[in-house]
Design a protein around this ligand. Structure first.
Ligand code: B3K
Ligand code: ZN
Length: 860
């Protein structure tokens, strides 16, 4: 009847403007007749007024066409409703009614991969945050919970697996049309963002899990035909997650079936739809031939994350999208705890600290900086950020530190007791934690409302037998507005000469300034922020001798690693490797290369060269050349003196046994670090070592290690090994992605030809986000030498890419632009170049997603 005029204004929404929904939808019946270009969706909704008012029913709607509307069985005339600007407004008054809306959508044309779309021939959905409105007009907001019954009609021969949330309740074939209709019911009321449906032809891996109370749950993983052998690790991870959540939090799964569908076209990692998770195949498929240890870890932690959402997110959900961290920060914290229990807790903390310091601190210092609970949003999809997720998880972790393991658990229990089945706020979560522990967390909750990274200045003094550590917190440039945050500082005091422990504890800083006083006659130094106990920047000038002492003696391996990073940053800032800091760093690294008795997992981390971004963190104005230079000079100097030792050790190690377990992973990662160091000593011999590691590698982890190391030895070797990999793994998209990623990281000018070459291969489908991220995402994120080249070529490359991608897939484009947003932190020439790109982009027609980022970058 009416065509939509789909112009969505770039208007901001504010957290402070929240009002409860004017109507509720307790039940939703959907009938979906699948067709690639004309899918028909009939929604039969029970709609009732919420409170006393005379408002019209205004539904969110971004469907192709609204075909028909009925209220209590009576069709509406065209003047009784308006469909424009993303809203379907129904102008007929009622208290409670059966509202039927028939609409039409086009899954094939859906390149944004939001709503219902086709992924390599299979129908699938992605509704979070606001994608359901692209399937059917609805109150598409997380505080409207509804019980869904969904009937999908399709040709069963073409789509043997027809799935939706909950339990299968009916299936029948219409012999006239030849079509099958399948009906699912989800007994748990849920918001529309958790709706999902899938129809496709898959291989199915089935297993069962008996819950702690003895209920048998059917576990089903659906993968593309031919990939069944790649799904075992995902199934094991799922069972471990279910067991862990019962043991750790007393949380049991609640439906009879848990389904996971792996699809190739997906904008992010995975989605926790109730009972029917949809996953990017990258986080499901793995075997040792094609996946690295990092991939195995990724599968295990993403499976866990989505599973944990069943309670933190689905059973208790968010009142509005500003509260996203309620479910994401908490669920990331839970998946971090899980991964630490499954693997190595220190490595986990190192990786969280890396994410925080490189990505989150940068975001929080840039134009898109926001508190973990944002106040203003234009496009919600732009707020699935490292701030909401990872800083959110750090805030939960600090609560855990303050309340202790059992206090935290008491808080979680009370949270579920109070709020199961509800849509709530971050304040509700903090209140449950506070009430369960009789603690006042009102000051602590400032972490939810204040953005930016606190800077802690540390000063140590010794008077008589009192050793004092003074802390003062601030955010540069925000002195008036900055409210003191609660900052737990886990510390250890060491004897300056012997490295022996004098004391260990937790100091909680609650005001702008605070003092930790220790009575001791010894000469001491403190190790601060053990286990990365708070997400803050530390400003402290320690003599090199103390730094060395901490690297060698701190009880917490995280802090040993951390001090070494500080040393790297000092060298980068000095801009030379032969200064005092440079010499100390080289000596420390040499020691570590030679100290074979150290724990291999930690040794591997200590020998990893910090990323460009993590060294950049040390600069107010990022010195690109100094960072690039430091990242090659230091390892070259280390290798100059340890080459033979490294070669010997590598020869002794040989290929590592294939199984994915802690010990093997540690050995492989040590091997990767050693190979990488070795690659800084030039020469044919090193090339042939890398070649032989590649050729003899029993698994993908070792192949990728050899390839990454080859990046330092010229494009010929890289290309050669990449071609070899391509030949052995043709038509395997996830391996192809690794090839793209490595090629795009090559730091010479040849990278452009290399990218062109790989983009011209049959496997490179530019409409698949995984391909774009692997090739071009790697270029902008992992190739600082070329991306930041002074010619401006890297920036122009990104500009063209963004224009291209934004027209088809705004969410993807909005992720790729991130490195440009920090443009103000670079030198004058680069600022001008990057700003030029942003200005030109701002004068073109942009998606809401890019619009928000480009305009906030330019407004600052
Ligand atoms: N909740 C989803 C993310 C949705 C992103 C929408 N743009 C996955 C997760 O965090 O588990
Ligand atoms: Zn999540």
């Amino acid at each position: 009847m009416t065509d939509s005029v789909s112009t969505t204004a770039n208007q901001a929404k504010y957290r402070a403007d929240y009002t409860p929904p004017a109507f509720l939808i307790p039940t939703t019946n959907l009938e979906v007749k699948l067709d690639p270009e004309q899918t028909q969706v009939k929604a039969s909704l029970v709609v009732e007024k919420n409170g006393v008012h005379n408002n019209s029913l205004e539904l969110d709607a971004e469907v192709e066409k609204v075909v028909q509307i009925e209220i209590d069985g009576e069709g509406l005339s065209p003047d009784e409703f308006v469909y424009e600007n993303g809203k379907l407004t129904i102008n007929r008054a009622f208290e409670k009614a059966q509202v039927v809306i028939v609409s039409e959508i086009n899954p094939k044309a859906n390149t944004a991969l939001e709503g219902l779309y086709l992924s390599a021939g299979a129908y699938c959905t992605q509704c979070e945050a606001e994608g359901f409105r692209r399937i059917s007009p609805f109150l598409d907001r997380p505080d409207v919970l509804s019980i869904y019954t969904v009937t999908i009609i399709a040709d069963e021969e073409q789509y043997p697996h027809i799935l939706a949330n909950g339990n299968l309740i009916a299936k029948q074939k219409d012999h006239k049309t030849g079509l099958t209709s399948v009906t699912w019911n989800d007994p748990f009321p849920k918001p529309s963002y958790l709706f999902a449906m899938v129809a496709g032809n898959f291989d199915l891996l089935k297993d069962t899990y008996t819950t702690i109370s003895g209920r048998e749950v059917s576990l089903e993983i659906y993968v593309d035909k031919g990939n069944l052998h790649l799904s075992d690790h995902a199934m094991e991870s799922l069972k471990k997650s279910m067991q862990w959540d019962e043991a750790k939090y007393g949380l049991e799964y609640d439906l009879d079936t848990y389904m996971i569908v792996a699809v190739d076209f997906f904008n992010m990692g995975a989605m926790e739809n109730k009972g029917l998770n949809i996953f990017n195949s990258k986080y499901v498929l793995a075997d040792e031939k094609t996946a690295t240890d990092t991939d195995y870890h990724g599968v295990e932690s993403v499976i866990a994350h989505e599973y944990f959402h069943n309670w933190t997110g689905n059973r208790v959900t968010c009142r509005d999208w500003f509260q996203l961290s309620l479910k994401e920060g908490l669920t990331v914290f839970r998946d971090q705890q899980f991964s630490a229990d499954m693997g190595n807790p220190v490595l986990e903390r190192i990786s969280h600290a890396r994410v925080m310091r490189t990505m989150q601190f940068a975001e929080d210092a840039g134009p898109m900086s926001h508190p973990i609970r944002p106040d203003k949003v234009i496009e919600m999809n732009n707020f699935y950020t490292v701030t909401v997720y990872d800083k959110g998880a750090e805030v939960i972790r600090m609560m855990h530190s303050l309340l202790g393991e059992s206090g935290f658990r008491k808080g979680m229990d009370l949270y579920f007791k109070r709020h199961d089945g509800q849509a709530v706020t971050c304040d509700d979560f903090v209140s449950a934690m506070a009430d369960a522990n009789n603690k006042d967390l009102s000051k602590f909750s400032r972490w939810y409302s204040q953005s930016g990274t606190p800077e802690l200045t540390i000063q140590e003094t010794k008077t008589g037998s009192v050793y004092t550590v003074e802390f003062s917190q601030r955010i540069y440039g925000r002195d008036d507005a900055y409210k003191a945050l609660t900052i737990p500082v886990k510390y250890e005091v060491l004897n300056k000469h012997t490295g022996q422990q004098v004391e260990r504890g937790v100091f909680v800083l609650e005001e702008h300034k605070g003092k930790l006083e220790i009575k001791t006659d010894q000469d001491v130094v403190t190790v601060l922020f053990e286990d990365f106990s708070s997400p803050v920047k530390v400003k402290r000038s320690l003599p090199l001798s103390d730094i060395k002492l901490i690297i060698n003696n701190a009880s917490d391996a995280f802090c040993r690693w951390d001090m070494l990073q500080t040393l790297w940053q000092m060298v980068a800032k000095e801009g030379k490797a032969d200064g005092e800091a440079g010499r100390t760093l080289v000596n420390c690294l040499i020691d570590i290369v030679l100290k074979q008795e150290l724990d291999p997992a930690i040794r591997a981390e200590l020998l990893t060269i910090p990323s460009f971004q993590s060294l950049a963190e040390a600069f107010d104005e990022i010195n690109v050349d100094a960072i690039l230079k430091t990242r090659t000079l230091i390892p070259s100097l280390v290798t100059e003196q340890t080459q033979q030792a490294i070669r010997n050790e590598l020869a002794e190690m040989g290929p590592v046994n294939n199984d994915y377990n802690k010990e093997n992973v540690a050995q492989r990662s040590l091997k990767a670090s050693l190979l990488n160091l070795l690659s800084f000593s030039d020469g044919e011999e090193v090339k042939s070592i890398l070649r032989s590691v590649y050729d003899n590698a029993p698994n993908m982890t070792e192949r990728v290690s050899a390839l990454n190391a080859s990046l330092n030895l010229g494009d010929a070797l890289v290309q050669d090994l990449l071609n070899q990999m391509h030949k052995s793994f043709s038509q395997q998209p996830l391996v192809f992605d690794k090839i793209c990623q490595i090629a795009a990281s090559y730091n010479g000018d040849e990278v452009y030809q290399m990218m062109e070459y790989w983009a011209s291969q049959e496997e490179f489908d530019p409409s698949n986000p995984n391909r774009i991220r692997s090739l071009y995402g790697a270029f902008v994120m992992r190739n600082p030498a070329q991306f930041h080249a002074l010619s401006g070529k890297g920036y122009l490359f990104l500009e063209r890419l963004l224009t291209d991608v934004d027209a088809k897939n705004p969410q993807l484009a909005a992720r790729l632009i991130d490195p440009l947003l920090s443009y103000q932190r670079y030198d004058e020439q680069r600022v001008a170049l990057m700003k030029g790109v942003l200005l030109r982009l701002s004068s073109t027609e942009l998606s809401k997603d890019l619009y928000e980022k480009v305009h906030s970058a330019l407004a600052n």
